[in-house]
Write a protein that binds this ligand. Structure first.
Ligand code: ADP
Ligand code: MG
Length: 489
């Protein structure tokens, strides 16, 4: 259950913020929505432009089935209504990055209707955020104003790339809720495989709608900040808009419905233009395209192809694998981590899941963090990780030795068993050897021995430490403890 969030103005008044997000997610597809041109990121400008994307007269768009399939699968992952009949509309406007003079989109009959996303908030609370619709549309090209002193250039590589616009209901009430929503949506898209979620490359960006109202009032007038491209910036945009709008209203002004831009350097939003009404775009059904009709077989195939989604996976990790809620949350938050972890699990006995989870979330994450690497580029493979975990579980390695072996694995890329063999890092439970070392330690520390026998039991740890040190960390700690107790008792 989420609690209500209010924002206090400098005058002490309580305000509520209302936030709705329109997230544009680039659909994972090798080709564009209506043409066969490639979509690869970072290509030479204008090298991925077909005659359709350049809007040559007489060209006809042909819908890319893969893009529609991905939108439908995404809708299903959000438990949304899928519309078996949808249609493309033309949204007409003039801009230099839009050679057609219109964008093909879906206003009246989107392919996906209402759905919902459950987001995780601080302190274990959850909240359901409604999704109003998902429609499929074309991206525009990109203008470049910094290439020439007195001309602007246009790159049409993005022109015609397929986007899903995922429109939320105005259900969020704070920057934190919006941040949690975008992170969860991104996680789901990456699990489904319908969008890579790469915000730095512009694969996901949001139009951020914000309004404020006094407690109990009807919805206020919203502003829409366009194309915000990171979770941090989305949260900063909302924060800035909330307090800007409160100030305007408390000073007796009114918020105008307008489009704004976020300035990441200053952390503020700026007015761009006042909001056009929908009719300015002269939307009408695209006469070049037939309505999209989805067969039952197609829908079934989409549903069957969905992977286990983050919420279900997390629940399974807790209930079937017995992982702590923390580990289950961290390991399922991103699909790449979950897949990596499952490759480790596949090589271990079922009762080693919690041990593996602890190792991945502490040792591996710690090392990756230090090395500045993602799990995809982990220097240690899941098979090597599983081997290391097995060597710990069967007592070949103590915790300390396992850490040592892992460090060597990171440096050399060698398999743990080989490292243990070659460097003689095996833990020993050889009682005679340990007994001999203990006798030596006691003989060398008569003062401590006397104090211990005189009642200073805290010195037990000192003897453990000395014995372990003398055995170069290779003695089995449980055996050391047991033998020491006997020797001292
Ligand atoms: P448009 O295309 O004109 O931006 P949409 O209906 O596509 O309109 O999107 C509106 C977005 O704004 C949705 O995400 C919705 O939740 C949000 N929204 C609507 N009314 C408000 C409001 N009063 N305050 C904040 N957000 C709002
Ligand atoms: Mg909008």
């Amino acid at each position: 259950m989420a609690t209500d969030t209010y924002f206090k103005s400098p005058d002490g008044e309580l305000w509520e913020a209302v936030i709705g997000l329109e997230v544009h997610a680039q659909i994972t597809s090798h080709t564009k929505l209506f043409s066969g041109a490639a979509t690869e990121f970072g290509a030479e400008p204008n090298s991925q432009v077909s005659l359709i994307d350049a809007a040559m007269p007489g060209m006809l768009p042909v819908p890319n089935e893969e893009c529609l399939r991905q939108a439908v699968r995404t809708g299903m992952a959000l438990n949304a209504r899928i519309n078996p009949w949808s249609r493309f509309d033309r949204k007409n406007y003039f801009y230099a990055d839009l050679p057609q003079g219109y964008q093909i989109s879906q206003l009246y009959h989107p392919i996906v209707g209402e759905g919902a996303i459950e987001v995780d908030l601080e302190g274990g609370a959850t909240k359901t955020i409604g999704v109003e619709r998902i429609h499929v549309e074309q991206d525009a090209g990109k203008l470049m104003h910094d290439q020439h002193p007195n001309s602007s250039y246009v790159d049409l590589n993005r022109s015609g790339v397929a986007l899903m616009e995922i429109v939320s209901r105005p259900d969020m009430r704070s920057p934190e809720e919006a941040g949690a929503y975008v992170r969860k949506l991104r996680a789901i898209l990456r699990y489904v495989g319908s969008c890579d979620g790469n915000m730095e490359q512009g694969s996901m960006r949001a139009d951020v709608n914000v309004s404020v109202r006094r407690r109990g009032d009807p919805l206020g007038t919203r502003t829409e900040t366009k194309n915000v491209n990171s979770v941090r910036f989305i949260m900063a945009t909302i924060h800035h808009e909330i307090f800007r709008q409160i100030e305007v209203l408390e000073n007796g002004g009114r918020v105008v419905q307008e489009t704004r831009l976020f300035d990441p350097d200053k952390g503020v939003t700026r007015a761009l233009r006042s909001k056009e009404d929908a009719h300015d775009y002269r939307y009408f059904p695209d006469p070049d395209l037939l309505p999209v009709e989805l067969s039952d077989a197609f829908l079934e195939e989409c549903r069957a192809s969905l992977p286990e989604l983050p919420d279900a996976k997390r629940q399974r990790y807790e209930q079937a694998l017995g992982l702590t809620p923390y580990n289950a949350g961290v390991l399922t938050a991103d699909v790449t981590t979950a897949r990596w972890f499952e490759e480790v699990l596949a090589r271990l006995a079922p009762d080693q899941a919690q041990r593996a989870a602890n190792w991945v979330t502490s040792e591996l994450f710690g090392a990756l963090n230090r090395l500045g690497k993602d799990i995809e580029n982990s220097p240690v493979s899941p098979a090597q990780a599983a081997e290391l975990i097995r060597l710990t579980a069967d007592g070949t390695l103590s915790g300390t030795l396992a850490k040592q072996v892992f460090e060597i694995m990171l440096e050399t890329g060698d398999d743990p068993a080989r490292i243990v063999e070659e460097r003689g890092l095996k833990q020993t439970s050889d009682t005679d050897a340990i007994k001999a070392v203990i006798a030596e330690v006691l003989a060398n520390n008569p003062g401590q021995l006397e104090q211990y026998r005189g009642g200073k039991e805290a010195l037990f740890g000192f003897f453990v430490g000395q014995t372990m040190k003398a055995m170069q960390g290779k003695a089995n700690p449980a055996v050391v403890n047991e033998l020491l107790k006997k020797a001292l008792g």
